[in-house]
Design a protein around this ligand. Structure first.
Ligand SMILES: Cc1cc2nc3c(=O)[nH]c(=O)nc-3n(C[C@H](O)[C@H](O)[C@H](O)COP(=O)(O)O)c2cc1C
Length: 165
């Protein structure tokens, strides 16, 4: 677990090997086990493996070039969410569970931000035929990694305060 947390990196190069249905099921189950405010579990998932849809997502997100190679993408979204509520934190928790699980399973992943940028949300909603009541939170590229970025050194004690600011 610690190995996966520390060595997970954003993967932007993938082999063509598809994910199995079991792998996708396990990733989504891990996402669904994330913590959420009042255990509301507001997340919904759109699993994309159709090459035409992957290409359309890439063309409609400014930083999704890796979807030209990635064999799968999951859009984490929320249905009928309260704008004043915790849906974005809930979806972020589900996203992190999925990213760590992917690393643990030998898969690569990359989080692509969508919410709260309205233009990105509108574009992804259009590509995935979502009704207005659905709010896309992020896209996650998935596949077998064709690169292994090194673990960076990010420990920074100036970010840490003890007992008071
Ligand atoms: C909210 C959020 C949005 C991100 N959006 C993108 C994106 O659109 N495209 C991309 O290639 N990476 C995206 N990333 C990945 C970051 O660039 C990456 O996490 C960061 O550079 C640290 O690298 P690491 O994930 O390998 O540790 C996003 C990450 C987060 C948390």
């Amino acid at each position: 677990m610690l190995e996966s947390v520390m060595n997970r990196r954003s993967i932007r190069k993938y082999t063509p090997e598809p994910l199995t249905a079991q792998e996708i099921h396990t990733l989504l189950e891990c996402a669904m086990l994330a913590p959420s405010a009042m255990n509301r579990r507001p997340w919904r998932f759109v699993v994309v493996t159709d090459r035409a849809v992957l290409n359309a997502l890439r063309e409609n997100h400014p930083y999704a070039g890796m979807l030209a190679q990635a064999p799968a993408c999951v859009c984490i979204c929320c249905e009928a969410c309260d704008e004043a509520g915790y849906w974005q934190q809930d979806c972020a928790a589900a996203t992190m569970n999925l990213l760590i699980a992917a690393r643990e399973m030998g898969l690569g992943s990359c989080w692509m931000g969508v919410a709260p940028r309205k233009e990105r949300m509108d574009a992804i909603r259009r590509v995935l035929h979502m009704p207005e009541s659905v709010s896309p939170f992020c896209l996650i590229a998935l596949g077998h990694p064709a690169e292994e970025p090194p673990r960076p050194q990010r420990w920074d004690e100036t970010m840490v305060h003890e007992n008071r600011w």
